[in-house]
Design a protein around this ligand. Structure first.
Ligand code: ZN
Length: 299
């Protein structure tokens, strides 16, 4: 069974569960000359244009804000460090723009580091008592300095689905959300956050009903993609429609249409005569469309 590894997955680091149990061990690794540090500034990552810039401890300027232990590789500890100023000689790029220039493994490390740094930045206080919280376990969790509650990072699940018109069908359902691209020819797979107390299959059926007015039957999982803006997990599915008349939600959607396999295929191939544009290969939506166009999925 082949597995699709998307951008922002494929992190090669061993996250070092046993090392995290000792604050002394993490502190010793952070002080070790052989450890490597990936600098961030305002959630942008240090790079040289086609790779990440890892620095040794001695090269990290004093006065950094946050340091998190990412894990180990070949017995070398890897950390991410949040710098308040841009040091001379380092270039920082936002983690979306730089992804295409990085290896899949590097995007996986960037996803872990960016999501964790933003979570620490957004959670300085305990949600129960309001006292300051402190990182523990190398930044894997935080703990309240007053009531001692553990605060765990959150990952928000998002269902993203390509709906086809019938089993073995020749049309797929694509939509264009309102917002920045509302007046373009851009279309993508429908998507939405899972509600609490809802299965993935139920979320797929609810979102398609809410956004397009289409009833969905069978739902098949395809693959998943970490999306570290801020910390989401995109859960990619294919699904089969039971009704076909579109009544889209004009608040959320600018347009929803059925497209033929040929139209969708031209779009994923970026053919010069393609009538619409769809997301590029960095996004799971691209692969949901492509795998259906190429008849790699059975529905
Ligand atoms: Zn507290």
């Amino acid at each position: 069974m082949s597995e699709t590894v998307h951008t922002y997955a494929g992190n090669p680091l061993d996250r070092g569960e046993s090392l995290r149990r000792s604050e002394e061990t993490i502190a010793a690794l952070a002080a070790d000359d052989t450890s490597l540090f990936l600098p961030f500034h305002k959630l942008e990552v240090a790079n040289d244009g086609d790779g990440l810039c890892w620095l040794e401890r001695a090269a990290i300027p004093a006065g950094y804000r946050q340091e998190i232990f990412l894990g180990t590789r070949d017995n070398v500890a890897h950390f991410a460090v949040d710098l308040p100023e841009v040091p001379t000689g380092l270039t920082f790029t936002d983690c979306r723009s730089i992804a295409a220039a990085l290896s899949t493994e590097e995007t996986g490390i960037v996803a872990q580091a960016r999501a964790q740094l933003e979570w620490h930045h957004r959670n300085p206080f305990c949600a129960l008592c309001g006292a300051p919280s402190q990182p523990e376990r190398g930044g894997q969790i935080r703990r309240c300095t007053s009531c001692e509650s553990y605060i765990h990072p959150r990952t928000d699940p998002v269902a993203i689905m390509l709906v086809v018109d019938e089993p073995g069908g020749n049309r797929c359902l694509l939509g264009r959300p309102n917002g920045r691209l509302a007046n373009s020819n851009f279309f993508t797979a429908l998507a939405g956050f899972l509600d609490q107390g809802e299965s993935i299959e139920e979320a797929v059926r609810r979102e398609v009903w809410e956004e397009a007015g289409i009833r969905v039957g069978a739902v098949r999982y395809h693959s998943s993609q970490p999306w570290p803006f801020s910390s989401q997990l995109m859960i990619g599915c294919h699904a089969v429609a039971e009704t076909h008349e579109i009544r889209f939600d004009p608040v959320e959607m600018a347009d929803v249409q059925w497209f033929s396999r040929a139209e969708a295929g031209a779009a994923v191939d970026q053919a010069t005569d393609a009538a619409i544009r769809v997301p590029g290969a960095m996004a799971i939506a691209h692969h949901l469309i492509r795998s259906w166009v190429q008849a790699e999925v059975e529905l």
